[in-house]
Design a protein around this ligand. Structure first.
Ligand code: SAM
Length: 324
């Protein structure tokens, strides 16, 4: 791994579908390296400040990370009456851990990240995102495969109040961590009272994948409630999902959410509050219909079915980019 500078100003294009995507102007390439698992790039961008890409896909940025990290963590942990132990899979940038550790009920965060070099990189370059979470005494960092770790922990009878999956998209090696069996193993870790959180792509530019992931979660949980949240860096409306056997996060009133925010000692929140909590679970009609659409759950044996759904697009290399 070697950091490298240089690079003229340019636009980076990211496709959401074969026909639509977004771009970001970037300046200096602050870091570039190849780990055992993926390519890491860190750009300086006028819009987002430092922006992290893994295998050419934007992951997070200093300028907008709170849209994503706050809305993945706080609706679920606030919906849980007393979250003390939190398991985080992936999330190598440390943003999820930082938000979870804000809750004064949290006693233990176990974070399982497959790529230790992403963690080392993030510790050095993304302090504005993890804010020292890796040094919190409540934090246990495990470098390993989150799939194997969860399966073994379920066998050991481990228990967590919340499990947060913050993974790269269900393409290639990440695919097994989006299957029914994986969700069922996490459900064992959570028991009746715990809450599962993950991103589920989105119901606008990744319709089929969004419906598929909800169908997979419904095989493991009685309560499955998607959240809609705009994430600027992703160039589109994004979606997370809370799942549980018993917790329905929508049952909390804005006043109850505000009271729990105060009780938990949550401060300096940029997005999350009682009204945002209530609004986040409201689905527009097209999304309601999409969420109810029949989808055959994807199990480990047919994990290849993800490939047809996630076919992002043909490469843009052959496209002529016209800037008027
Ligand atoms: N917010 C981003 C998104 O929605 O795409 C994800 C951010 S985080 C950087 C994604 C992390 O998942 C990466 O650090 C990657 O190494 C990790 N990851 C991928 N597969 C994994 C696995 N099997 N076990 C543990 N971590 C994994």
């Amino acid at each position: 791994m070697s950091g490298s500078g240089g690079g003229e100003e340019r636009f980076l294009i990211e496709t959401l579908t074969p026909h639509f995507g977004h771009f970001a102007r970037v300046g200096k390439l602050l870091y570039e390296g190849q780990t055992e698992f993926q390519k890491i790039e860190l750009f300086e961008s006028p819009q987002f400040g430092k922006a992290l890409r893994l295998d050419n896909v934007f992951q997070t940025s200093v300028g907008d990370e709170y849209f994503y990290h706050e809305m993945m963590v706080h609706p679920a942990l606030i919906a849980h009456p007393n979250p003390e132990s939190v398991l985080i899979i992936g999330a190598g940038d440390g943003g999820m851990a930082e938000e979870a550790l804000k809750h004064n009920t949290v006693r233990r965060v176990v974070m399982v990240e497959i790529d230790g070099q992403v963690v080392e990189f993030s510790k050095k370059y993304l302090e504005e995102i993890h804010r020292g979470a890796f040094d919190d005494p409540r934090m246990e960092l495990v470098i390993g495969d989150g799939f194997a770790w969860v399966m073994e922990a379920a066998e050991r009878g481990e228990r967590f109040d919340a499990v947060i999956l913050d993974l790269t998209d269900p393409i290639g090696p990440s695919r097994p961590l989006y299957t029914v069996e994986y969700y069922q193993a996490i459900a064992r870790l959570l028991g009746d009272a715990g809450i599962h959180v993950q991103h589920v792509e989105n119901p606008v530019t990744r319709k089929e994948l969004w419906a598929q992931l909800l169908a997979n979660l419904r095989e493991a949980y009685a309560q499955v409630h998607p959240i809609l949240q705009y994430v600027p860096l992703y160039g589109t409306l994004w979606s997370f999902c809370n799942a549980s056997q018993t917790i329905d996060p929508r049952a909390l009133t804005p006043e109850q959410v505000e009271a729990r925010i105060a009780e938990r000692g949550l401060t300096d929140l940029m997005v999350y509050n009682g009204d945002v909590h209530r609004a986040a679970y409201a689905l527009p009609n097209f999304a309601r219909r999409l969420a109810e659409a029949p989808a055959t759950p994807i199990r480990l044996a047919d994990v290849d079915r993800f490939d047809a759904i996630t076919a992002q697009s043909e490469s843009t290399d052959h496209l002529r980019i016209v800037v008027e």
